[in-house]
Design a protein around this ligand. Structure first.
Ligand code: NDP
Ligand code: MG
Length: 383
């Protein structure tokens, strides 16, 4: 029997690469569900090729267009956020790949876990917002959360076979993004066109800005806490501009394991979908001879304040990472619309972290409310 996969966000950077992986392994995987927000044309094209049973288009005004194209193929079409949240409960699905952007991934992921689906998690914001609730639900429902994020996939791969051995610390590598080595006077005036040019990875707009501001690494620090059950002091960040060493784990005997490869998201996507098997691939191979200098340096926390704000949120716990995430989503959106400067993104986040009501043990409703009130506060601050 083939593994039936639901891809939430199939038209994005991760989603399209996941479909490439599935196409190359069509004897193992089958697509059950595809979803997009507004890219109806690509969603239709994908559905015609992969023949899922169900597709969801987020934008309700596009329903008629998608339905007209796919109904004759016997593909069920739904629209809107509610359908996105419930489509994951479909009994055929084995694994849900969460490749949506930001907070929008939270409720569909929770519903998928409750319905007993394994999660291939690209949408790191889900764990940043409500990691405690999500990981607890995963244990209760006996499902795997398999990381797709390359750093976390690296750590996960290093931990295979090590389940009786406690972790001393993990070392998350960061490329440093397009502005590595720059100072604040340079960053003050950078435009979105510069920030959208990542040196090593081709990704969606939101995560590309997060990488430029180092917030991506901050979100990943919090993601790692929940995936691997770590204390803040067990998580270290090191800048590695070549993005070849994808992350490392140090055990209690001092030994360090790392996972290496060329920067290509298809590998961690395939590992998560194929787990526990490693599937054969024709991805380009890494060769040490082409990389005589693999270098490592300390992150610059003074210039890239977002990373220290994320560590602060991690240490504080409660709803603070949720506040950080919501403020960041609003700030990134405002930066992409030329409403605020690059450095002002950190100001907005810090303002929200200082002013939004702190809750030590939030319920899911508290997280939803925190997200809402933080967005409003961030928008007011930007105005
Ligand atoms: P993209 O922006 O490329 O794609 C996002 C996908 O989600 C698209 O299919 C989009 O539909 C859909 N979508 C966007 N907003 C909503 C919404 N509000 N509701 C429902 N669907 C929505 O993002 P990426 O693929 O780059 O990133 C996806 C996730 O994976 C993020 O959480 C990111 O942090 C994480 N990630 C990405 C990596 C990468 O290399 N890209 C690496 C590691 C993690 P439409 O196309 O119609 O707009
Ligand atoms: Mg990553």
């Amino acid at each position: 029997m083939k593994k039936k996969i639901a891809i939430l966000g199939s038209t994005g950077s991760i989603g399209t690469q996941a479909l490439d992986v599935i196409a190359a392994n069509s004897d193992i995987f089958e697509v059950e569900v595809l979803t997009a927000q507004s890219n109806a044309d690509l969603l239709i094209e994908q559905a015609v090729k992969f023949k899922p049973n169900v597709v969801v288009i987020g934008e309700e005004t596009l329903y008629d267009k998608v339905n007209a194209a796919l109904e004759p193929l016997d593909i069920k079409v739904y629209c809107g956020q509610k359908s996105l949240a419930s489509v994951v409960e479909n009994e055929n699905i084995h694994t849900v790949l969460t490749a949506l952007v930001g907070y929008s991934g939270l409720i569909p992921t929770i519903n998928a876990i409750k319905a007993g689906k394994h999660i291939a998690l690209a949408n790191k914001e889900t764990l940043v917002v409500a990691g405690e609730i999500v990981t607890k639900l995963a244990i209760e429902n006996k499902i795997d959360i398999l990381p797709v994020d390359s750093e976390h996939s690296a750590i996960f791969q290093c931990l295979v076979g090590e389940y009786i051995n406690p972790i001393e610390k993990i070392i998350l590598t960061a490329s440093g993004g397009p502005f590595r080595g720059k100072d604040r006077s340079f960053l003050k005036n950078v435009k979105k066109e510069q920030a959208l040019k990542h040196p090593n990875w081709d990704m969606g707009a939101k995560i590309t800005i997060d990488s430029a501001s180092m917030m991506n690494k901050g979100l990943e620090v919090i993601e790692a806490k929940w995936l691997f059950d770590l204390k803040p002091e067990q998580i270290e960040v090191i800048v590695h501009p070549q993005s070849i060493v994808h992350s490392l784990v140090q055990f209690e005997d001092g030994s360090i394991k790392a996972q290496l490869g060329l920067p290509d998201m298809k590998l961690p996507i395939q590992y998560a979908l194929g787990f526990p098997r490693r599937l054969k691939s024709d991805f380009p191979r890494f060769d040490f001879i082409n990389y005589p200098n693999l270098t490592f340096e300390k992150p610059d926390l003074e210039t890239f304040r977002n990373l220290s704000l994320a560590f602060e949120a991690l240490k504080k716990g409660g709803n603070m990472p949720c506040i950080l995430n919501a403020a960041n989503e609003v700030a990134v959106d405002a930066f992409l619309r030329d409403k605020i400067g690059f450095l002002e993104m950190s100001d907005v986040i810090e303002f929200c972290m200082q002013t939004i009501n702190f809750i030590e043990k939030p319920s899911l409703e508290d997280y939803i409310e925190t997200d809402k009130s933080t967005r409003q506060a961030a928008l007011n601050k930007i105005k």
